[in-house]
Write a protein that binds this ligand. Structure first.
Ligand code: GUN
Ligand code: ZN
Length: 443
Protein backbone atom coordinates (compact mmCIF):
# COMPACT_ATOMS: atom_id res chain seq x y z
CA UNK A 1 0.00 0.00 0.00
CA UNK A 2 1.30 3.46 -0.93
CA UNK A 3 1.48 4.87 2.60
CA UNK A 4 4.13 6.80 4.49
CA UNK A 5 4.92 9.36 1.83
CA UNK A 6 3.17 12.45 0.52
CA UNK A 7 0.53 12.45 -2.19
CA UNK A 8 0.01 15.26 -4.71
CA UNK A 9 -3.25 15.41 -6.63
CA UNK A 10 -3.53 17.46 -9.84
CA UNK A 11 -3.83 17.27 -13.59
CA UNK A 12 -0.58 15.47 -14.40
CA UNK A 13 1.48 16.00 -17.55
CA UNK A 14 4.80 14.47 -18.58
CA UNK A 15 6.51 12.87 -21.56
CA UNK A 16 7.76 9.32 -21.91
CA UNK A 17 9.28 10.05 -25.34
CA UNK A 18 9.98 12.97 -27.68
CA UNK A 19 6.71 13.92 -29.41
CA UNK A 20 8.72 15.37 -32.34
CA UNK A 21 10.26 11.97 -32.96
CA UNK A 22 7.82 9.37 -31.80
CA UNK A 23 4.49 11.18 -32.13
CA UNK A 24 2.14 12.50 -29.49
CA UNK A 25 0.31 9.24 -28.86
CA UNK A 26 3.47 7.52 -27.68
CA UNK A 27 5.05 10.53 -26.02
CA UNK A 28 2.40 12.50 -24.12
CA UNK A 29 1.22 11.33 -20.71
CA UNK A 30 -1.77 13.25 -19.35
CA UNK A 31 -3.87 12.22 -16.36
CA UNK A 32 -6.86 14.57 -15.93
CA UNK A 33 -7.21 13.59 -12.25
CA UNK A 34 -3.99 12.02 -11.09
CA UNK A 35 -1.94 11.44 -7.97
CA UNK A 36 1.83 11.25 -7.53
CA UNK A 37 3.04 9.56 -4.37
CA UNK A 38 6.45 10.71 -3.18
CA UNK A 39 8.70 9.15 -0.57
CA UNK A 40 12.27 10.02 0.46
CA UNK A 41 12.60 12.51 -2.38
CA UNK A 42 11.66 10.11 -5.15
CA UNK A 43 8.45 9.19 -6.91
CA UNK A 44 7.00 5.97 -5.59
CA UNK A 45 3.86 5.77 -7.64
CA UNK A 46 1.85 7.71 -10.22
CA UNK A 47 -1.60 7.06 -11.65
CA UNK A 48 -5.30 7.81 -11.72
CA UNK A 49 -6.49 9.43 -8.47
CA UNK A 50 -9.44 7.06 -8.17
CA UNK A 51 -7.12 4.09 -8.33
CA UNK A 52 -4.46 5.39 -5.94
CA UNK A 53 -6.95 6.80 -3.39
CA UNK A 54 -8.41 3.34 -2.92
CA UNK A 55 -5.08 2.05 -1.68
CA UNK A 56 -3.59 5.13 0.01
CA UNK A 57 -3.07 4.82 3.79
CA UNK A 58 -5.46 7.19 5.59
CA UNK A 59 -2.60 9.05 7.33
CA UNK A 60 -0.76 9.93 4.09
CA UNK A 61 -0.78 13.72 3.68
CA UNK A 62 -2.51 14.67 0.45
CA UNK A 63 -2.12 18.06 -1.23
CA UNK A 64 -4.88 18.79 -3.70
CA UNK A 65 -3.63 21.05 -6.51
CA UNK A 66 -6.66 20.59 -8.78
CA UNK A 67 -7.47 22.20 -11.21
CA UNK A 68 -3.83 23.08 -11.76
CA UNK A 69 -1.29 21.21 -13.88
CA UNK A 70 1.58 19.35 -12.22
CA UNK A 71 4.61 18.50 -14.33
CA UNK A 72 8.26 17.65 -13.80
CA UNK A 73 10.24 20.67 -12.61
CA UNK A 74 11.62 22.77 -15.44
CA UNK A 75 15.25 22.30 -16.43
CA UNK A 76 17.34 25.26 -17.64
CA UNK A 77 20.54 23.89 -19.19
CA UNK A 78 22.42 27.20 -19.59
CA UNK A 79 22.59 30.31 -17.40
CA UNK A 80 25.10 32.53 -15.63
CA UNK A 81 24.85 32.94 -11.85
CA UNK A 82 26.87 36.23 -11.77
CA UNK A 83 24.66 37.95 -14.34
CA UNK A 84 21.52 38.69 -12.30
CA UNK A 85 22.63 42.34 -12.29
CA UNK A 86 23.75 42.28 -15.94
CA UNK A 87 20.36 41.22 -17.32
CA UNK A 88 18.73 44.05 -19.31
CA UNK A 89 21.94 45.99 -20.00
CA UNK A 90 21.44 48.21 -23.01
CA UNK A 91 22.50 48.19 -26.57
CA UNK A 92 25.35 45.83 -27.29
CA UNK A 93 26.21 42.76 -29.32
CA UNK A 94 28.00 39.88 -27.62
CA UNK A 95 31.65 40.99 -27.61
CA UNK A 96 30.86 44.56 -26.58
CA UNK A 97 28.31 43.36 -24.00
CA UNK A 98 30.93 41.08 -22.43
CA UNK A 99 33.57 43.83 -22.24
CA UNK A 100 31.26 46.68 -21.20
CA UNK A 101 28.91 45.01 -18.71
CA UNK A 102 29.64 41.36 -18.02
CA UNK A 103 33.36 41.19 -17.30
CA UNK A 104 33.33 44.20 -14.91
CA UNK A 105 30.36 42.72 -13.05
CA UNK A 106 31.85 39.22 -12.81
CA UNK A 107 35.04 40.77 -11.39
CA UNK A 108 33.14 41.35 -8.10
CA UNK A 109 32.52 37.64 -7.50
CA UNK A 110 35.78 36.83 -5.73
CA UNK A 111 33.98 38.28 -2.70
CA UNK A 112 32.07 35.41 -1.03
CA UNK A 113 29.37 37.81 0.24
CA UNK A 114 28.62 38.97 -3.31
CA UNK A 115 28.52 35.38 -4.60
CA UNK A 116 26.33 34.21 -1.72
CA UNK A 117 23.78 36.99 -2.21
CA UNK A 118 23.61 36.33 -5.95
CA UNK A 119 23.25 32.57 -5.49
CA UNK A 120 20.43 33.05 -3.01
CA UNK A 121 18.61 35.45 -5.30
CA UNK A 122 19.09 33.23 -8.34
CA UNK A 123 17.88 30.04 -6.68
CA UNK A 124 14.85 31.82 -5.20
CA UNK A 125 14.03 33.22 -8.63
CA UNK A 126 14.47 29.86 -10.38
CA UNK A 127 12.12 28.21 -7.89
CA UNK A 128 9.56 31.00 -8.39
CA UNK A 129 9.66 30.12 -12.07
CA UNK A 130 9.31 26.39 -11.51
CA UNK A 131 12.91 25.64 -12.48
CA UNK A 132 14.44 22.93 -10.31
CA UNK A 133 17.65 22.08 -12.21
CA UNK A 134 20.07 24.23 -14.19
CA UNK A 135 23.42 24.18 -15.96
CA UNK A 136 25.17 27.08 -14.25
CA UNK A 137 28.26 29.12 -15.07
CA UNK A 138 29.80 30.66 -11.97
CA UNK A 139 32.79 33.04 -12.37
CA UNK A 140 36.49 32.24 -12.57
CA UNK A 141 36.67 32.69 -8.77
CA UNK A 142 36.53 29.54 -6.62
CA UNK A 143 34.47 31.46 -4.08
CA UNK A 144 31.62 31.82 -6.57
CA UNK A 145 31.42 28.06 -7.05
CA UNK A 146 31.56 27.33 -3.31
CA UNK A 147 28.79 29.85 -2.67
CA UNK A 148 26.54 28.47 -5.39
CA UNK A 149 26.95 24.78 -4.58
CA UNK A 150 26.59 25.41 -0.83
CA UNK A 151 23.22 27.13 -1.34
CA UNK A 152 21.91 24.66 -3.96
CA UNK A 153 23.02 21.79 -1.72
CA UNK A 154 21.17 23.20 1.30
CA UNK A 155 18.01 23.35 -0.78
CA UNK A 156 18.48 19.79 -2.06
CA UNK A 157 18.34 20.94 -5.68
CA UNK A 158 19.87 18.95 -8.54
CA UNK A 159 22.34 21.43 -10.01
CA UNK A 160 25.20 21.29 -12.48
CA UNK A 161 27.76 24.09 -12.20
CA UNK A 162 31.39 24.95 -12.71
CA UNK A 163 34.17 27.47 -12.31
CA UNK A 164 34.63 29.44 -15.51
CA UNK A 165 38.12 28.93 -16.92
CA UNK A 166 39.47 31.96 -18.79
CA UNK A 167 43.13 32.95 -19.12
CA UNK A 168 43.16 35.68 -21.77
CA UNK A 169 41.23 38.55 -23.36
CA UNK A 170 39.50 39.74 -20.18
CA UNK A 171 40.34 42.01 -17.19
CA UNK A 172 43.08 40.69 -14.89
CA UNK A 173 40.60 40.27 -12.00
CA UNK A 174 38.90 37.51 -14.01
CA UNK A 175 41.89 35.66 -15.41
CA UNK A 176 43.21 32.36 -14.14
CA UNK A 177 46.10 30.55 -15.83
CA UNK A 178 46.30 27.19 -17.53
CA UNK A 179 47.82 25.87 -14.30
CA UNK A 180 45.55 27.55 -11.69
CA UNK A 181 42.43 26.96 -13.78
CA UNK A 182 43.23 23.26 -13.84
CA UNK A 183 44.16 23.02 -10.14
CA UNK A 184 41.20 25.00 -8.86
CA UNK A 185 38.75 23.12 -11.08
CA UNK A 186 40.15 19.85 -9.78
CA UNK A 187 39.81 20.96 -6.15
CA UNK A 188 36.22 22.02 -6.76
CA UNK A 189 35.41 18.72 -8.49
CA UNK A 190 36.75 16.82 -5.50
CA UNK A 191 34.85 19.05 -3.08
CA UNK A 192 31.46 19.15 -4.81
CA UNK A 193 30.97 16.62 -7.58
CA UNK A 194 28.53 13.90 -6.57
CA UNK A 195 27.83 15.51 -3.21
CA UNK A 196 24.09 15.01 -2.78
CA UNK A 197 22.49 16.11 -6.01
CA UNK A 198 25.34 18.38 -7.15
CA UNK A 199 27.33 17.71 -10.32
CA UNK A 200 30.38 19.56 -11.58
CA UNK A 201 30.73 20.85 -15.14
CA UNK A 202 34.16 21.58 -16.67
CA UNK A 203 33.55 25.15 -17.83
CA UNK A 204 35.95 26.83 -20.26
CA UNK A 205 34.05 30.09 -20.94
CA UNK A 206 34.59 29.94 -24.72
CA UNK A 207 37.54 29.65 -27.09
CA UNK A 208 38.28 33.42 -27.28
CA UNK A 209 39.11 33.59 -23.55
CA UNK A 210 41.29 30.47 -23.35
CA UNK A 211 44.86 29.94 -24.57
CA UNK A 212 45.81 26.68 -26.19
CA UNK A 213 47.61 25.81 -22.96
CA UNK A 214 44.36 26.24 -21.03
CA UNK A 215 42.40 24.14 -23.52
CA UNK A 216 45.05 21.45 -23.09
CA UNK A 217 44.44 21.64 -19.34
CA UNK A 218 40.71 21.24 -20.00
CA UNK A 219 41.49 18.20 -22.12
CA UNK A 220 43.49 16.73 -19.26
CA UNK A 221 40.65 17.34 -16.78
CA UNK A 222 38.09 15.92 -19.20
CA UNK A 223 40.28 12.83 -19.60
CA UNK A 224 40.64 12.39 -15.85
CA UNK A 225 36.89 12.80 -15.32
CA UNK A 226 35.19 11.17 -18.30
CA UNK A 227 31.76 11.22 -16.61
CA UNK A 228 31.71 14.97 -16.01
CA UNK A 229 29.58 17.52 -17.80
CA UNK A 230 31.34 20.08 -19.97
CA UNK A 231 29.76 23.45 -20.76
CA UNK A 232 30.88 26.26 -23.04
CA UNK A 233 29.74 28.61 -25.79
CA UNK A 234 29.95 27.94 -29.53
CA UNK A 235 29.19 29.98 -32.63
CA UNK A 236 26.91 32.60 -31.09
CA UNK A 237 27.95 35.73 -32.98
CA UNK A 238 29.76 36.55 -36.22
CA UNK A 239 32.40 38.80 -34.56
CA UNK A 240 33.12 35.99 -32.08
CA UNK A 241 33.57 33.51 -34.94
CA UNK A 242 35.98 35.90 -36.72
CA UNK A 243 37.90 36.27 -33.44
CA UNK A 244 38.25 32.48 -33.15
CA UNK A 245 39.37 32.18 -36.76
CA UNK A 246 42.28 34.57 -36.02
CA UNK A 247 43.16 33.21 -32.58
CA UNK A 248 43.22 29.58 -33.75
CA UNK A 249 44.53 29.95 -37.30
CA UNK A 250 45.17 26.20 -37.61
CA UNK A 251 41.49 25.37 -37.14
CA UNK A 252 39.18 25.02 -40.14
CA UNK A 253 36.21 26.19 -38.05
CA UNK A 254 35.12 27.06 -34.48
CA UNK A 255 33.96 23.57 -33.53
CA UNK A 256 37.31 22.02 -34.45
CA UNK A 257 38.95 24.02 -31.65
CA UNK A 258 36.86 22.12 -29.09
CA UNK A 259 37.26 18.82 -30.97
CA UNK A 260 41.05 19.18 -30.94
CA UNK A 261 40.99 19.28 -27.12
CA UNK A 262 38.60 16.37 -26.64
CA UNK A 263 35.69 18.53 -25.52
CA UNK A 264 33.07 17.31 -28.02
CA UNK A 265 31.61 14.34 -26.25
CA UNK A 266 28.44 13.15 -24.47
CA UNK A 267 27.27 15.55 -21.72
CA UNK A 268 29.17 18.41 -23.39
CA UNK A 269 26.67 21.27 -23.69
CA UNK A 270 27.39 23.94 -26.29
CA UNK A 271 25.46 27.17 -25.81
CA UNK A 272 23.98 28.87 -28.91
CA UNK A 273 25.32 26.93 -31.96
CA UNK A 274 23.72 29.46 -34.31
CA UNK A 275 26.11 29.76 -37.24
CA UNK A 276 27.37 26.18 -37.64
CA UNK A 277 28.41 24.64 -40.95
CA UNK A 278 27.24 21.18 -41.99
CA UNK A 279 30.67 19.85 -41.00
CA UNK A 280 30.38 21.31 -37.52
CA UNK A 281 26.90 19.86 -37.03
CA UNK A 282 28.21 16.49 -38.11
CA UNK A 283 31.04 16.78 -35.59
CA UNK A 284 28.67 17.63 -32.70
CA UNK A 285 26.39 14.74 -33.66
CA UNK A 286 29.27 12.28 -33.98
CA UNK A 287 30.59 13.35 -30.58
CA UNK A 288 27.17 12.93 -28.92
CA UNK A 289 27.29 16.55 -27.70
CA UNK A 290 24.33 18.86 -27.08
CA UNK A 291 23.35 22.18 -28.67
CA UNK A 292 21.52 24.62 -26.39
CA UNK A 293 19.02 27.07 -27.89
CA UNK A 294 18.87 30.38 -25.96
CA UNK A 295 16.12 32.35 -27.71
CA UNK A 296 15.72 35.41 -25.46
CA UNK A 297 19.49 35.90 -25.43
CA UNK A 298 19.86 35.38 -29.17
CA UNK A 299 17.20 38.01 -29.84
CA UNK A 300 18.39 40.45 -27.18
CA UNK A 301 22.05 40.38 -28.31
CA UNK A 302 21.04 40.18 -31.97
CA UNK A 303 23.08 37.00 -32.32
CA UNK A 304 20.94 35.15 -34.84
CA UNK A 305 18.31 32.46 -35.27
CA UNK A 306 18.83 28.92 -33.98
CA UNK A 307 17.97 26.18 -36.48
CA UNK A 308 16.19 23.50 -34.44
CA UNK A 309 15.08 21.45 -37.46
CA UNK A 310 18.67 21.51 -38.75
CA UNK A 311 19.95 20.21 -35.42
CA UNK A 312 17.42 17.40 -35.39
CA UNK A 313 18.23 16.47 -39.00
CA UNK A 314 21.92 16.29 -38.09
CA UNK A 315 21.08 14.04 -35.13
CA UNK A 316 22.15 16.54 -32.45
CA UNK A 317 20.40 16.53 -29.10
CA UNK A 318 19.00 20.05 -28.52
CA UNK A 319 18.06 21.81 -25.28
CA UNK A 320 16.45 25.19 -24.63
CA UNK A 321 17.68 27.62 -21.97
CA UNK A 322 17.38 31.14 -20.58
CA UNK A 323 21.08 32.15 -20.78
CA UNK A 324 20.57 34.66 -17.97
CA UNK A 325 21.87 37.50 -18.20
CA UNK A 326 22.29 37.63 -22.02
CA UNK A 327 18.80 36.17 -21.86
CA UNK A 328 16.04 38.43 -20.61
CA UNK A 329 13.72 36.18 -18.60
CA UNK A 330 14.10 33.60 -15.83
CA UNK A 331 10.87 31.97 -17.02
CA UNK A 332 11.09 28.80 -19.08
CA UNK A 333 7.55 29.57 -20.31
CA UNK A 334 8.73 32.90 -21.72
CA UNK A 335 11.81 31.18 -23.08
CA UNK A 336 9.68 28.63 -24.94
CA UNK A 337 7.45 31.41 -26.21
CA UNK A 338 10.43 33.33 -27.62
CA UNK A 339 11.73 30.04 -29.01
CA UNK A 340 8.48 29.60 -30.87
CA UNK A 341 8.89 33.07 -32.42
CA UNK A 342 12.53 32.50 -33.43
CA UNK A 343 11.54 29.27 -35.14
CA UNK A 344 8.54 30.96 -36.78
CA UNK A 345 10.94 33.40 -38.47
CA UNK A 346 12.64 30.40 -40.09
CA UNK A 347 9.35 28.77 -41.08
CA UNK A 348 9.69 26.16 -38.32
CA UNK A 349 7.17 25.10 -35.69
CA UNK A 350 7.25 24.45 -31.96
CA UNK A 351 4.02 22.70 -30.94
CA UNK A 352 3.02 23.04 -27.28
CA UNK A 353 3.72 19.38 -26.48
CA UNK A 354 7.19 19.62 -28.06
CA UNK A 355 7.88 22.76 -26.04
CA UNK A 356 6.88 21.24 -22.67
CA UNK A 357 8.82 18.12 -23.59
CA UNK A 358 11.91 20.28 -24.19
CA UNK A 359 11.49 22.09 -20.85
CA UNK A 360 11.37 18.76 -18.98
CA UNK A 361 12.44 15.38 -20.39
CA UNK A 362 14.15 16.94 -23.43
CA UNK A 363 16.39 19.20 -21.37
CA UNK A 364 17.05 16.31 -18.96
CA UNK A 365 18.33 14.27 -21.91
CA UNK A 366 20.30 17.26 -23.22
CA UNK A 367 22.03 17.41 -19.81
CA UNK A 368 22.52 13.65 -19.57
CA UNK A 369 20.25 13.55 -16.49
CA UNK A 370 17.25 11.74 -17.98
CA UNK A 371 17.77 8.72 -15.74
CA UNK A 372 16.98 10.91 -12.69
CA UNK A 373 14.79 13.89 -13.63
CA UNK A 374 12.37 15.16 -16.27
CA UNK A 375 9.60 12.55 -16.09
CA UNK A 376 6.96 11.41 -13.62
CA UNK A 377 7.70 7.74 -13.07
CA UNK A 378 8.50 5.50 -10.10
CA UNK A 379 12.14 5.93 -9.04
CA UNK A 380 12.57 9.36 -10.64
CA UNK A 381 13.45 12.28 -8.38
CA UNK A 382 10.43 14.20 -7.09
CA UNK A 383 10.93 17.70 -8.51
CA UNK A 384 7.72 19.29 -9.78
CA UNK A 385 6.17 22.54 -10.90
CA UNK A 386 2.46 23.22 -10.42
CA UNK A 387 1.11 25.65 -13.03
CA UNK A 388 -2.06 27.77 -13.14
CA UNK A 389 -3.14 28.34 -16.74
CA UNK A 390 -5.62 30.99 -15.48
CA UNK A 391 -3.09 33.03 -13.49
CA UNK A 392 -3.73 36.45 -15.03
CA UNK A 393 -6.68 38.34 -16.47
CA UNK A 394 -5.23 37.95 -19.96
CA UNK A 395 -4.84 34.20 -19.46
CA UNK A 396 -8.35 33.79 -18.02
CA UNK A 397 -9.77 35.75 -20.95
CA UNK A 398 -7.93 33.58 -23.47
CA UNK A 399 -8.80 30.32 -21.72
CA UNK A 400 -12.54 31.02 -22.14
CA UNK A 401 -12.08 30.16 -25.82
CA UNK A 402 -9.75 27.20 -25.40
CA UNK A 403 -11.14 23.77 -26.20
CA UNK A 404 -8.27 21.31 -26.06
CA UNK A 405 -5.38 20.57 -23.71
CA UNK A 406 -2.95 21.46 -26.49
CA UNK A 407 -4.55 24.89 -26.96
CA UNK A 408 -4.44 25.50 -23.21
CA UNK A 409 -0.77 24.51 -23.02
CA UNK A 410 0.16 26.72 -25.94
CA UNK A 411 -1.58 29.78 -24.45
CA UNK A 412 0.07 28.99 -21.10
CA UNK A 413 3.47 29.16 -22.81
CA UNK A 414 2.78 32.36 -24.71
CA UNK A 415 1.00 34.28 -21.91
CA UNK A 416 2.54 32.63 -18.84
CA UNK A 417 5.49 33.51 -16.62
CA UNK A 418 6.30 33.23 -12.89
CA UNK A 419 2.75 34.37 -12.04
CA UNK A 420 1.58 30.97 -13.29
CA UNK A 421 3.73 29.09 -10.74
CA UNK A 422 1.45 27.85 -7.97
CA UNK A 423 4.10 25.76 -6.24
CA UNK A 424 7.49 24.20 -6.88
CA UNK A 425 8.60 20.95 -5.26
CA UNK A 426 12.18 19.84 -4.69
CA UNK A 427 12.68 16.23 -3.59
CA UNK A 428 8.99 16.07 -2.81
CA UNK A 429 9.12 19.09 -0.45
CA UNK A 430 7.40 22.35 -1.26
CA UNK A 431 10.19 24.83 -1.96
CA UNK A 432 8.02 27.61 -3.37
CA UNK A 433 4.38 28.47 -2.71
CA UNK A 434 2.76 31.55 -4.21
CA UNK A 435 0.12 31.58 -1.45
CA UNK A 436 2.67 32.21 1.30
CA UNK A 437 4.04 35.68 2.12
CA UNK A 438 7.66 34.46 2.04
CA UNK A 439 7.00 32.32 -1.06
CA UNK A 440 10.35 30.55 -1.04
CA UNK A 441 10.49 28.06 1.82
CA UNK A 442 13.58 27.06 3.77
CA UNK A 443 14.61 23.42 3.21
N1 GUN B 1 30.10 33.84 -24.59
C1 GUN B 1 31.09 33.87 -23.67
N2 GUN B 1 30.64 34.29 -22.48
C2 GUN B 1 29.33 34.50 -22.62
C3 GUN B 1 28.31 34.94 -21.73
O1 GUN B 1 28.53 35.22 -20.55
N3 GUN B 1 27.07 35.05 -22.26
C4 GUN B 1 26.79 34.75 -23.57
N4 GUN B 1 25.55 34.86 -24.01
N5 GUN B 1 27.73 34.34 -24.41
C5 GUN B 1 28.98 34.22 -23.95
ZN1 ZN C 1 25.91 31.85 -21.83
Amino acid sequence: RPGGGTALRARLLWFDADPAEEGEARAVRYVADGIVVVENGVIREVGEAADILRRLLPDTPLVDHRPHLLMPGFIDPHLHMPQTQVIASYGAELMEWLAKYTFPEESRYGDPAVAEAASRFLLDELLANGTTTAGVYCTSHRESVDAFFADAGRRGMRMVAGKVMMDRNAPAALLDTAETGYQQSKELIERWHGKGRLDYAITPRFAPTSTEAQLEACEMLAGEYPELHIQTHLSENTAEIAFVRKAFAWSKDYTEVYERYGLVRPKAMFGHCIHLSARERGALAAGGATAVFCPTSNLFLGSGLFDLAGMREAGILAGIATDIGGGTSYSMLRTASEGYKVLALAGQRLPAFDAFHMLTAGNAAAMGLDNRIGRIAPGMEADFVVLDSHATAAMRRRMERVETLEEELFALIVLGDDRATVATYVEGRRAYDRALPARTLPP
